[in-house]
Write a protein that binds this ligand. Structure first.
Ligand code: HAM
Length: 414
């Protein structure tokens, strides 16, 4: 029997990854301009790291964590997200007092029910700003989100934003929500009943219409947070509303327990049911929760599988590609040198070699199929006369007979 990959853990082939590479190259320019640096942490961590951060009452810990005992009988887990590991790493290095602007990228694992845009192994690019209190950092990160979307041509999206207050405000809102909903518990959907018991805040983003109707007359987060927090949120919205769709969504609580302060998500209708391609917020208490010193923290993570779906390839310049066709027999040594010289002359051009199977016609067909705009042709006759054909593949394009030096000159300025 043939072996299949695990459910929800797809292979990514070169054609799938084309969009990823465009995204990654644009992203690295944005990170560079924000002076944000990469950090890499292990895929496996002690299970306790996630139960103490993401939260025992969250879906991620209750149902979705890939956990197992290692040979030493210690419980270890595949990371479901990146923020907890990064805080753990900074605490371990005793760097909580420093400022850090970090980014990371890699696979995350959640045992969810796979569907379009939802996988069990998926990939995130995340950003964490550590050591910056509420203020400029929020502006900086929302600006970064806008820059990223702009750089890859995404314009049809909405940023939902909310303020969860400090830990105390969150707690008293939770209490009030529980006492409001408890008398109506029978009317709630089974799922919401469980949420009310284990993670009441999550009732707010219930998909059940009856729950949403009930919540209309329930307590509002805004009444539990300070005027300062409310103003801060409103100012953020005012600042960005000329540049993108941004709105305050009081039901936005996010699925991880560690947030306090500003939280946000970016959603796009183009994605269907799993419409959030980015989520984040402030989590100033996490360092303490994990045994570290006080450290402000705010960040976000992008779901790569989802954002690349939105990437507008039409607006992105395709790379220059030249086909290298050899029809001369036993010309390998000379042609190898020509290809090598061309590649060292201009590294921004893709030189598509190894087309040399079959006739000139079939190689030209192949070059066209591979999206080459030009080809270099080296035939028996040309090789003898130390000449090379340079051919423009566009309709009505010219063909020139050049010396190797002339081809190199053309290639430099191509
Ligand atoms: P999250 O909202 O759980 O936040 O995940 C961020 C993004 O990862 C989501 O918006 C979505 O695009 C993508 N994502 C999540 N689960 C899946 C899945 N099963 N399949 C495909 N994509 C998925 C976090 O993980 C936080 N650590 C973000 C953060 C960073 N907060 C502060 N710093």
């Amino acid at each position: 029997m043939k072996i299949q990959s695990l459910r929800g853990m797809p292979d990514l082939f070169p054609q799938d990854l084309e969009r990823w590479h465009i995204f990654e190259s644009k992203l690295s320019e944005v990170f560079y301009s924000f002076d944000t640096h990469e950090i890499r942490t292990p895929l496996l961590e002690p299970t306790e790291l996630f139960s103490r951060s993401v939260g025992n009452s969250s879906d991620i810990i209750n149902k979705e964590l890939y956990s197992f005992l290692d040979r030493n009988k210690d419980s270890i887990s595949l990371r479901p997200e990146g923020s907890a590991s990064i805080i753990r790493a900074i605490i371990q290095k005793k760097q909580e007092h420093e400022k850090h602007k970090l980014w990371y990228q890699g696979p995350m694992f959640r045992y969810e029910r796979p569907q379009k845009g939802r996988f069990r192994q998926f990939h995130q690019v995340g950003v964490e700003y550590l050591g910056f209190e509420e203020g400029v950092a929020e502006y900086e990160l929302i600006s970064m989100v806008l820059q990223i979307n702009k750089s890859i041509g995404i314009s049809d999206y909405t940023i939902k934003i909310n303020h969860l207050g400090d830990a105390k405000a969150k707690e008293s809102f939770c209490k009030s929500l529980v006492s409001f909903l408890s008398p109506h518990i029978e009317k709630l959907h089974e799922k919401d009943q469980a949420r009310l018991k284990f993670n009441p805040l999550r009732v707010l983003d219930s998909k059940e219409q009856s729950t949403q109707d009930l919540l209309q007359s329930g307590p509002k987060f805004q009444d539990f947070i300070s005027n300062e927090s409310k103003n801060f949120l409103q100012n953020l919205v005012n600042t960005y509303s000329n540049h993108c769709n941004i709105l305050i969504d009081q039901t936005l609580v996010r699925g991880l327990d560690y947030y306090t302060g500003v939280v946000f998500e970016a959603v796009s209708k183009g994605l269907g049911a799993q419409d959030a391609f980015l989520g984040g917020g402030r989590y100033d208490k996490l360092s303490n929760q994990l045994g570290g010193k006080d450290m402000h923290a705010i960040g976000f993570a992008i779901g790569i599988e989802r954002i690349v779906e939105l990437l507008n390839i039409k607006n992105i310049k395709s790379p220059k590609k030249v086909g290298f066709i050899v029809t001369a027999k036993q010309a390998d040594q000379k042609t190898y040198k020509i290809a090598d010289d061309l590649r060292s002359t201009n590294k921004t051009i893709i030189l598509d070699t190894f087309l040399n199977d079959g006739s000139l016609k079939s190689q030209l067909r192949r070059a066209n199929k591979n999206n080459c705009t030009h080809v270099i042709i080296i035939g028996e006759e040309e090789l003898k006369n130390n000449q090379i054909i340079w051919k423009d593949l566009s309709e009505g394009g010219k063909q020139e007979l050049l010396s190797p030096k002339e081809v190199i000159d053309k290639y430099i300025n191509f």
